[in-house]
Design a protein around this ligand. Structure first.
Ligand SMILES: [Zn+2]
Length: 273
């Protein structure tokens, strides 16, 4: 997603006394495709969600003032079908107050912040002439980032890095073991946010969400190809691609994964007909 912690000005707003360790956990069930990496999350979930919500409200508020929030039937239709599937990955997310807004902008961009607030820019849909399946691939991918709390994870790591591990550990009141864990986690990159890792997880979880919702997972391949083409033609990297690096290997790994989620797609298709 393109809304990163720098944009949110998160780090400066963190109050050390409220931090606690909720270290080595995985935010979601692994799903069929195995997104089960343990994550390092010392940024408190409630705080991260609150700050993300504030940023989201500011963005949508500004867009509303400029009369750029539009109603888009395709975005609403696709999102509505994807949301009921999130519970497969984490039960609490079924109770999130999911929302989607379409913003009129030439940018090729979409994101989903903590707590399930999705924003899609019209440039993405119009310039790439997205079908419902292709749009589902993008929204599913963005929802997956939020479900896996990738933004919170990046903020957590930055917190440790920015504060300096030792100072951070004592300020956080970490015990010896916790400190050791944090040190090791940092040293070995055990749970270090790595955009490639995050992207890969978002691809896997996103594919399963879309397939379970009855969208053809092959569309995920098409969408990344379209994105790369649009970027090549323009000679400029889109906002989306600048935050979603798309090496050739990504398309290959999606292609390899598709057969595993096809049964969900086929089952959902049968249910619909
Ligand atoms: Zn992504």
């Amino acid at each position: 997603m393109s809304l990163n912690f720098r944009t949110l000005g998160i780090i400066s707003a963190v109050t050390l006394s409220t931090l606690s360790i909720s270290g080595c956990v995985s935010t979601t069930n692994s799903g069929t495709l195995g997104a089960e990496r343990k994550q390092f999350l010392i940024m408190p979930a409630a705080q991260w969600e609150q700050q993300s919500l504030t940023a989201y409200s500011e963005i949508i508020g500004a867009a509303k003032n400029q009369r750029k929030v539009v109603s888009n039937a395709q975005v609403n239709r696709v999102t509505k079908r994807l949301i009921p599937l999130v519970g497969h990955f984490r039960a609490d997310s079924a109770n999130w107050k999911w929302e989607v807004n379409t913003v009129r902008s030439d940018e090729l961009n979409a994101f989903c912040v903590a707590g399930g607030k999705i924003v899609v820019y019209t440039g993405l849909i119009e310039k790439l002439k997205l079908t419902d399946d292709e749009l589902a691939a993008i929204i599913g991918h963005e929802m997956a980032h939020a479900l896996r709390e990738h933004g919170r994870e990046r903020a957590s790591m930055s917190l440790v890095t920015n504060l300096g591990l030792k100072y951070g550990a004592s300020a956080l009141g970490l015990s010896g073991t916790e400190y050791q864990f944090a040190e090791l986690a940092t040293k070995y990159g055990l749970t270090l946010p790595n955009s490639r890792k995050h992207e890969n997880e978002a691809d896997l979880v996103g594919l399963e969400i879309m397939a379970r919702a009855g969208y053809n997972p092959n569309a995920a391949v098409v969408v990344w190809r379209k994105m790369a083409e649009a970027t090549n033609n323009k000679g400029k990297t889109s906002e989306f691609l600048s935050t979603h690096p798309a090496p050739v290997s990504r398309i290959e790994s999606i292609q390899k994964t598709i057969p595993q989620v096809m049964p969900y797609y086929n089952a959902a298709k049968v249910k619909k007909s």
